[in-house]
Design a protein around this ligand. Sequence first.
Ligand code: ZN
Length: 273
Amino acid sequence: MMQDTNRLAIHTITTKPWPIEEAIEGYAQAGVKGISVWRDALDGRSAAKIGDRIRSAGLSIVATVRGGFFPALSEAERQARIDDNKAFIHLSAELGSPLLVIVPGAHPGQSLTESRLQIRRGLEAILPLAEEVNLKLAIEPLHPMYADTRSAIVTLEQANDLCREVEHPLLGIAVDVYHLWWDPHLNRELERAGRNNKIFAFHVCDWKSPTTDFLNDRGLMGEGCIDIPGIRREVEKNGFTRFIEVEIFSTRYWNMDQQEYLNLIVKAYKDHV
Ligand code: ZN
């Protein structure tokens, strides 16, 4: 199933040791067509200038990553999170990003139900600004192992429900195979998301077996047990035509020469996506 790289995008965190300037150059030379920019990659830089640099290199900006983390125990802290999201929305607009990925958040000191309510309120608080700058927001349901601190939204069904409750055309979903591959209702919920035009983004990597670290041991596509081509087929059957984003957190790969690693990513994309 060899394929071209016209829809291949990479998250800057995937090649974390590279400053964004090197990532832009490296991706472009490797035939990668899109880049998703993590917020830390912009530290100490002008977002507008980085945006120009990305476009001059012939790359598309797929998304900025990541806002969210709305739940907190105190009202003051929740407001601080909302303000921080607003700052990132402005930064995303300066960069020229069309989409901001939202990791919803959770707090172990309160119920998941309460955290979900706070996520909804957080989204409602930032959507007017997103509207002003015409930025889409994609909530990313995370694997349930992260339900304590990272996401009270752990299934695509919950993400679909949240989209229905908030009901805003700029609010949709980032589908990440790492978080959703195990879900027996995945196809049903992909259909529902597609029907409502809510599949805004598609992230790939692989689930290594065994996994030695539940945050930073994600695999290259083809290295684990996820049926990535199968999920891709379902995602596309339901109308998705945008970039396929490689997002891998891996201490092992961060320790490698990043150019060699990038070559492996491109090959894994061609062979296993
Ligand atoms: Zn993701």
